[in-house]
Design a protein around this ligand. Structure first.
Ligand code: ADP
Ligand code: MG
Length: 331
Protein backbone atom coordinates (compact mmCIF):
# COMPACT_ATOMS: atom_id res chain seq x y z
CA UNK A 1 0.00 0.00 0.00
CA UNK A 2 1.38 3.33 -1.04
CA UNK A 3 2.09 5.89 1.61
CA UNK A 4 -0.37 8.74 1.55
CA UNK A 5 2.33 11.38 1.30
CA UNK A 6 3.72 9.72 -1.80
CA UNK A 7 0.73 10.42 -4.03
CA UNK A 8 1.85 11.42 -7.51
CA UNK A 9 1.18 14.89 -8.84
CA UNK A 10 -0.32 15.24 -12.27
CA UNK A 11 -0.01 18.39 -14.33
CA UNK A 12 -3.53 19.50 -15.13
CA UNK A 13 -5.06 17.98 -12.00
CA UNK A 14 -4.30 20.83 -9.57
CA UNK A 15 -7.95 21.14 -8.65
CA UNK A 16 -7.79 17.81 -6.85
CA UNK A 17 -5.81 16.58 -3.88
CA UNK A 18 -5.11 12.87 -4.30
CA UNK A 19 -5.73 11.03 -1.04
CA UNK A 20 -5.34 7.34 -1.68
CA UNK A 21 -4.92 4.86 -4.49
CA UNK A 22 -8.09 2.82 -5.05
CA UNK A 23 -7.16 0.73 -8.01
CA UNK A 24 -4.57 0.29 -10.65
CA UNK A 25 -4.35 -1.59 -13.84
CA UNK A 26 -2.23 -1.70 -16.92
CA UNK A 27 -4.26 1.15 -18.34
CA UNK A 28 -5.27 3.37 -15.49
CA UNK A 29 -4.69 4.48 -11.93
CA UNK A 30 -7.72 5.33 -9.84
CA UNK A 31 -7.39 7.63 -6.84
CA UNK A 32 -9.63 8.77 -4.09
CA UNK A 33 -9.41 12.54 -4.27
CA UNK A 34 -10.68 15.74 -2.76
CA UNK A 35 -12.12 18.37 -5.07
CA UNK A 36 -10.49 21.47 -3.56
CA UNK A 37 -13.06 23.83 -5.04
CA UNK A 38 -16.17 22.03 -3.77
CA UNK A 39 -14.85 19.95 -0.88
CA UNK A 40 -16.45 16.89 -2.50
CA UNK A 41 -14.72 13.53 -2.34
CA UNK A 42 -14.49 11.87 -5.75
CA UNK A 43 -12.61 9.15 -7.61
CA UNK A 44 -10.21 10.20 -10.37
CA UNK A 45 -9.28 7.71 -13.04
CA UNK A 46 -6.00 8.75 -14.65
CA UNK A 47 -5.21 7.25 -18.03
CA UNK A 48 -1.87 7.76 -19.74
CA UNK A 49 -2.17 8.96 -23.31
CA UNK A 50 0.97 7.26 -24.49
CA UNK A 51 2.40 3.83 -24.06
CA UNK A 52 5.63 4.06 -22.08
CA UNK A 53 8.37 2.29 -23.94
CA UNK A 54 9.73 -0.69 -22.11
CA UNK A 55 13.45 -1.02 -21.44
CA UNK A 56 13.43 -3.99 -23.80
CA UNK A 57 12.44 -1.75 -26.65
CA UNK A 58 15.45 -1.92 -28.95
CA UNK A 59 14.31 0.88 -31.21
CA UNK A 60 14.01 3.65 -28.69
CA UNK A 61 17.58 4.94 -29.04
CA UNK A 62 17.25 5.08 -32.82
CA UNK A 63 14.69 7.80 -33.00
CA UNK A 64 13.49 9.84 -30.04
CA UNK A 65 10.15 10.31 -31.70
CA UNK A 66 9.40 6.64 -31.00
CA UNK A 67 9.46 7.38 -27.31
CA UNK A 68 5.85 8.39 -27.47
CA UNK A 69 3.55 6.07 -29.31
CA UNK A 70 -0.20 6.36 -29.18
CA UNK A 71 -1.68 3.63 -27.06
CA UNK A 72 -2.64 0.76 -29.28
CA UNK A 73 -4.72 -1.35 -26.94
CA UNK A 74 -8.48 -1.62 -27.14
CA UNK A 75 -8.50 0.30 -23.90
CA UNK A 76 -7.09 3.30 -25.70
CA UNK A 77 -10.57 4.23 -26.71
CA UNK A 78 -10.98 6.41 -23.66
CA UNK A 79 -12.97 8.99 -25.57
CA UNK A 80 -15.58 6.38 -26.40
CA UNK A 81 -15.72 5.38 -22.74
CA UNK A 82 -16.31 9.02 -21.82
CA UNK A 83 -18.89 9.57 -24.53
CA UNK A 84 -20.90 6.52 -23.44
CA UNK A 85 -20.69 7.44 -19.76
CA UNK A 86 -21.82 11.01 -20.46
CA UNK A 87 -25.14 9.79 -21.81
CA UNK A 88 -25.81 7.67 -18.77
CA UNK A 89 -27.64 8.45 -15.57
CA UNK A 90 -28.88 5.63 -13.39
CA UNK A 91 -28.54 4.70 -9.72
CA UNK A 92 -27.03 1.36 -10.80
CA UNK A 93 -24.16 2.95 -12.69
CA UNK A 94 -21.11 4.87 -11.50
CA UNK A 95 -21.57 8.49 -12.51
CA UNK A 96 -19.04 10.42 -14.56
CA UNK A 97 -18.80 13.87 -12.95
CA UNK A 98 -16.37 15.49 -15.36
CA UNK A 99 -13.67 14.81 -17.87
CA UNK A 100 -10.49 16.67 -18.72
CA UNK A 101 -7.11 16.05 -20.27
CA UNK A 102 -3.56 17.30 -20.17
CA UNK A 103 -0.77 16.74 -22.66
CA UNK A 104 0.06 13.39 -21.09
CA UNK A 105 -3.14 12.14 -19.42
CA UNK A 106 -6.87 11.81 -19.51
CA UNK A 107 -8.74 12.42 -16.26
CA UNK A 108 -12.14 10.92 -15.52
CA UNK A 109 -13.68 12.35 -12.37
CA UNK A 110 -16.11 9.76 -11.07
CA UNK A 111 -18.61 9.31 -8.28
CA UNK A 112 -16.59 7.88 -5.38
CA UNK A 113 -17.41 4.28 -4.53
CA UNK A 114 -15.92 4.02 -1.06
CA UNK A 115 -16.78 0.35 -0.60
CA UNK A 116 -14.52 -0.83 -3.41
CA UNK A 117 -14.87 -3.92 -5.53
CA UNK A 118 -17.46 -6.65 -5.14
CA UNK A 119 -14.49 -8.90 -5.84
CA UNK A 120 -12.87 -7.95 -2.52
CA UNK A 121 -16.09 -8.53 -0.62
CA UNK A 122 -16.41 -12.03 -2.07
CA UNK A 123 -12.85 -12.76 -1.04
CA UNK A 124 -13.56 -11.38 2.44
CA UNK A 125 -16.90 -13.11 3.03
CA UNK A 126 -16.05 -16.34 1.15
CA UNK A 127 -19.49 -16.36 -0.38
CA UNK A 128 -22.90 -14.71 -0.10
CA UNK A 129 -26.23 -16.12 1.05
CA UNK A 130 -28.97 -16.35 -1.56
CA UNK A 131 -30.68 -13.30 -0.10
CA UNK A 132 -27.57 -11.17 -0.16
CA UNK A 133 -26.67 -12.46 -3.64
CA UNK A 134 -30.14 -11.51 -4.84
CA UNK A 135 -29.83 -8.06 -3.30
CA UNK A 136 -26.50 -7.50 -5.07
CA UNK A 137 -27.29 -9.03 -8.46
CA UNK A 138 -30.67 -7.26 -8.75
CA UNK A 139 -28.97 -3.90 -8.44
CA UNK A 140 -26.53 -4.89 -11.17
CA UNK A 141 -29.41 -6.23 -13.26
CA UNK A 142 -31.39 -3.00 -13.02
CA UNK A 143 -28.32 -1.04 -14.10
CA UNK A 144 -27.80 -3.45 -16.96
CA UNK A 145 -31.45 -3.29 -17.99
CA UNK A 146 -31.10 0.46 -18.25
CA UNK A 147 -27.97 0.09 -20.42
CA UNK A 148 -29.44 -2.60 -22.69
CA UNK A 149 -33.00 -1.43 -23.06
CA UNK A 150 -32.82 2.32 -22.65
CA UNK A 151 -29.36 3.20 -23.90
CA UNK A 152 -28.52 0.45 -26.37
CA UNK A 153 -25.19 0.00 -24.62
CA UNK A 154 -23.42 -3.33 -24.10
CA UNK A 155 -20.95 -3.18 -21.22
CA UNK A 156 -18.79 -6.17 -22.29
CA UNK A 157 -16.69 -6.27 -19.12
CA UNK A 158 -19.08 -7.23 -16.32
CA UNK A 159 -17.05 -8.88 -13.57
CA UNK A 160 -16.66 -8.53 -9.80
CA UNK A 161 -13.73 -6.09 -10.23
CA UNK A 162 -15.99 -3.70 -12.13
CA UNK A 163 -18.92 -3.84 -9.69
CA UNK A 164 -18.39 -1.39 -6.85
CA UNK A 165 -19.99 -0.74 -3.46
CA UNK A 166 -20.83 2.88 -2.69
CA UNK A 167 -19.66 2.34 0.88
CA UNK A 168 -17.99 -0.34 2.91
CA UNK A 169 -20.64 -2.99 3.55
CA UNK A 170 -21.27 -3.52 7.23
CA UNK A 171 -22.30 -7.06 7.97
CA UNK A 172 -21.76 -8.54 11.43
CA UNK A 173 -19.54 -11.59 11.15
CA UNK A 174 -22.07 -13.84 12.90
CA UNK A 175 -24.88 -12.63 10.69
CA UNK A 176 -26.92 -15.24 8.80
CA UNK A 177 -25.87 -13.72 5.48
CA UNK A 178 -22.74 -15.79 5.93
CA UNK A 179 -23.36 -19.33 4.98
CA UNK A 180 -20.77 -21.23 6.85
CA UNK A 181 -20.83 -24.96 6.99
CA UNK A 182 -18.30 -25.30 9.72
CA UNK A 183 -19.96 -22.80 12.00
CA UNK A 184 -23.17 -23.17 13.92
CA UNK A 185 -25.97 -21.09 12.49
CA UNK A 186 -26.79 -18.25 14.81
CA UNK A 187 -30.35 -17.12 15.22
CA UNK A 188 -30.08 -13.42 14.64
CA UNK A 189 -32.91 -11.83 12.71
CA UNK A 190 -33.27 -12.10 8.96
CA UNK A 191 -30.86 -9.90 7.05
CA UNK A 192 -32.61 -6.91 5.54
CA UNK A 193 -30.46 -5.45 2.82
CA UNK A 194 -30.48 -1.73 3.39
CA UNK A 195 -30.01 0.90 0.73
CA UNK A 196 -30.21 3.58 3.37
CA UNK A 197 -28.75 3.39 6.84
CA UNK A 198 -27.38 -0.04 7.65
CA UNK A 199 -26.71 -3.04 5.50
CA UNK A 200 -24.58 -3.08 2.43
CA UNK A 201 -25.70 -0.04 0.46
CA UNK A 202 -25.62 0.20 -3.29
CA UNK A 203 -23.71 -1.76 -5.88
CA UNK A 204 -22.96 -0.03 -9.18
CA UNK A 205 -21.51 -0.90 -12.54
CA UNK A 206 -18.17 0.76 -13.35
CA UNK A 207 -15.57 0.69 -16.13
CA UNK A 208 -17.00 1.41 -19.56
CA UNK A 209 -13.59 0.91 -21.17
CA UNK A 210 -14.84 -1.94 -23.37
CA UNK A 211 -18.44 -0.92 -23.78
CA UNK A 212 -20.15 -0.30 -27.05
CA UNK A 213 -23.31 1.27 -28.38
CA UNK A 214 -25.11 -1.39 -30.41
CA UNK A 215 -28.51 0.10 -30.97
CA UNK A 216 -29.40 3.47 -32.31
CA UNK A 217 -31.56 4.98 -29.59
CA UNK A 218 -34.01 6.82 -31.84
CA UNK A 219 -34.60 4.22 -34.51
CA UNK A 220 -33.97 1.09 -32.41
CA UNK A 221 -31.97 -0.34 -35.29
CA UNK A 222 -28.43 -1.70 -35.30
CA UNK A 223 -25.77 0.98 -35.63
CA UNK A 224 -24.36 1.42 -39.11
CA UNK A 225 -26.09 1.50 -42.47
CA UNK A 226 -28.58 -1.32 -42.06
CA UNK A 227 -29.21 -2.11 -45.72
CA UNK A 228 -25.55 -2.83 -46.37
CA UNK A 229 -24.74 -4.68 -43.16
CA UNK A 230 -23.45 -8.26 -43.54
CA UNK A 231 -25.50 -11.02 -41.85
CA UNK A 232 -22.74 -11.89 -39.37
CA UNK A 233 -22.73 -8.27 -38.18
CA UNK A 234 -26.51 -8.18 -37.85
CA UNK A 235 -26.40 -11.45 -35.89
CA UNK A 236 -23.50 -10.12 -33.87
CA UNK A 237 -25.44 -7.05 -32.87
CA UNK A 238 -28.56 -9.03 -32.13
CA UNK A 239 -26.61 -11.19 -29.70
CA UNK A 240 -24.12 -8.67 -28.39
CA UNK A 241 -26.16 -7.92 -25.28
CA UNK A 242 -26.05 -11.59 -24.41
CA UNK A 243 -22.33 -11.32 -23.55
CA UNK A 244 -23.34 -9.29 -20.50
CA UNK A 245 -25.92 -11.92 -19.57
CA UNK A 246 -23.29 -14.66 -19.65
CA UNK A 247 -21.11 -12.51 -17.42
CA UNK A 248 -24.05 -11.99 -15.05
CA UNK A 249 -24.33 -15.77 -14.84
CA UNK A 250 -20.66 -16.00 -13.92
CA UNK A 251 -20.99 -13.27 -11.28
CA UNK A 252 -24.11 -14.84 -9.74
CA UNK A 253 -22.47 -18.27 -9.67
CA UNK A 254 -19.40 -16.78 -7.97
CA UNK A 255 -21.48 -14.85 -5.42
CA UNK A 256 -23.34 -17.98 -4.36
CA UNK A 257 -20.39 -20.32 -3.91
CA UNK A 258 -17.26 -18.19 -3.77
CA UNK A 259 -15.48 -19.55 -6.83
CA UNK A 260 -16.05 -18.95 -10.55
CA UNK A 261 -17.92 -21.42 -12.80
CA UNK A 262 -15.01 -21.80 -15.19
CA UNK A 263 -11.51 -22.25 -13.96
CA UNK A 264 -8.37 -24.08 -14.97
CA UNK A 265 -4.65 -23.50 -14.45
CA UNK A 266 -4.14 -23.98 -18.15
CA UNK A 267 -5.51 -21.19 -20.29
CA UNK A 268 -6.11 -23.64 -23.14
CA UNK A 269 -8.19 -25.99 -21.00
CA UNK A 270 -10.06 -23.03 -19.54
CA UNK A 271 -10.83 -21.67 -23.00
CA UNK A 272 -12.13 -25.07 -24.02
CA UNK A 273 -14.34 -25.34 -20.92
CA UNK A 274 -15.86 -21.93 -21.62
CA UNK A 275 -16.36 -22.71 -25.30
CA UNK A 276 -18.28 -25.87 -24.40
CA UNK A 277 -20.02 -24.21 -21.47
CA UNK A 278 -18.68 -26.95 -19.25
CA UNK A 279 -19.32 -26.20 -15.59
CA UNK A 280 -20.91 -28.06 -12.67
CA UNK A 281 -22.69 -27.26 -9.43
CA UNK A 282 -19.90 -28.74 -7.36
CA UNK A 283 -20.75 -30.67 -4.23
CA UNK A 284 -20.72 -29.88 -1.32
CA UNK A 285 -20.69 -26.13 -2.02
CA UNK A 286 -23.86 -26.17 -4.12
CA UNK A 287 -25.80 -28.80 -2.13
CA UNK A 288 -27.82 -26.31 -0.08
CA UNK A 289 -28.40 -23.78 -2.83
CA UNK A 290 -31.96 -23.65 -4.16
CA UNK A 291 -33.01 -25.35 -7.38
CA UNK A 292 -34.42 -22.01 -8.48
CA UNK A 293 -31.01 -20.30 -8.27
CA UNK A 294 -29.46 -23.16 -10.25
CA UNK A 295 -32.20 -22.95 -12.84
CA UNK A 296 -31.53 -19.24 -13.32
CA UNK A 297 -27.78 -19.81 -13.71
CA UNK A 298 -28.45 -22.58 -16.23
CA UNK A 299 -30.36 -20.08 -18.38
CA UNK A 300 -27.50 -17.59 -18.22
CA UNK A 301 -24.54 -19.94 -18.71
CA UNK A 302 -26.10 -21.23 -21.87
CA UNK A 303 -23.73 -21.55 -24.84
CA UNK A 304 -26.26 -20.61 -27.51
CA UNK A 305 -26.76 -16.84 -27.21
CA UNK A 306 -30.18 -17.12 -28.82
CA UNK A 307 -31.32 -19.38 -25.96
CA UNK A 308 -29.66 -17.37 -23.22
CA UNK A 309 -31.89 -15.22 -21.02
CA UNK A 310 -32.21 -11.55 -21.87
CA UNK A 311 -32.17 -9.02 -19.05
CA UNK A 312 -35.98 -8.92 -18.98
CA UNK A 313 -36.21 -12.71 -18.76
CA UNK A 314 -33.63 -12.60 -15.98
CA UNK A 315 -35.65 -10.05 -14.01
CA UNK A 316 -38.85 -12.07 -14.49
CA UNK A 317 -37.33 -15.30 -13.13
CA UNK A 318 -38.92 -16.56 -9.87
CA UNK A 319 -35.59 -16.51 -8.04
CA UNK A 320 -35.27 -12.75 -8.62
CA UNK A 321 -38.80 -12.17 -7.39
CA UNK A 322 -38.73 -14.43 -4.36
CA UNK A 323 -39.11 -12.72 -1.03
CA UNK A 324 -35.99 -13.32 1.05
CA UNK A 325 -36.39 -16.96 2.06
CA UNK A 326 -36.44 -17.82 5.75
CA UNK A 327 -33.36 -19.65 6.93
CA UNK A 328 -33.70 -23.40 6.61
CA UNK A 329 -34.32 -25.27 9.83
CA UNK A 330 -31.16 -26.89 11.16
CA UNK A 331 -31.33 -30.61 10.46
P1 ADP B 1 -9.56 -0.41 -15.78
O1 ADP B 1 -9.97 -0.06 -17.16
O2 ADP B 1 -8.10 -0.19 -15.54
O3 ADP B 1 -10.04 -1.77 -15.33
P2 ADP B 1 -11.54 0.68 -13.92
O4 ADP B 1 -12.44 1.79 -14.30
O5 ADP B 1 -12.13 -0.68 -13.82
O6 ADP B 1 -10.29 0.71 -14.90
O7 ADP B 1 -10.85 1.04 -12.54
C1 ADP B 1 -9.87 0.17 -11.98
C2 ADP B 1 -10.19 -0.08 -10.51
O8 ADP B 1 -10.21 1.17 -9.79
C3 ADP B 1 -11.56 -0.70 -10.25
O9 ADP B 1 -11.53 -2.10 -10.38
C4 ADP B 1 -11.82 -0.24 -8.82
O10 ADP B 1 -11.10 -1.03 -7.88
C5 ADP B 1 -11.22 1.17 -8.80
N1 ADP B 1 -12.25 2.17 -9.15
C6 ADP B 1 -12.67 2.51 -10.37
N2 ADP B 1 -13.62 3.46 -10.34
C7 ADP B 1 -13.83 3.74 -9.03
C8 ADP B 1 -14.72 4.63 -8.32
N3 ADP B 1 -15.56 5.42 -8.96
N4 ADP B 1 -14.66 4.64 -6.97
C9 ADP B 1 -13.80 3.81 -6.32
N5 ADP B 1 -12.95 2.96 -6.92
C10 ADP B 1 -12.95 2.90 -8.27
MG1 MG C 1 -11.86 -2.53 -14.66
Amino acid sequence: REAKNKMPQYKGLERFKLLDKMGDGAFSNVYKALDLTTGQKVAVKVVRKFELNSTQDQTKHLNPQFKKRPRVTERANILKEVQIMRGISNPGIVKLISFSESEEHYFLVLELMEGGELFHQIVKLTYFSENLSRHVILQVAHGLRYLHEERGVVHRDIKPENLLFDRIPIIPSKHPVFRQYDEEKDDEGEFVPGVGGGGIGRVKIADFGLSKVVWNEETMTPCGTVGYTAPEIVKDERYSKSVDMWAMGCVLYTLLCGFPPFYDESINVLTEKVARGYYTFLSPWWDDISASAKDLITHLLCVDPAQRYTIDEFLAHPWCNAAPAPLPEPT
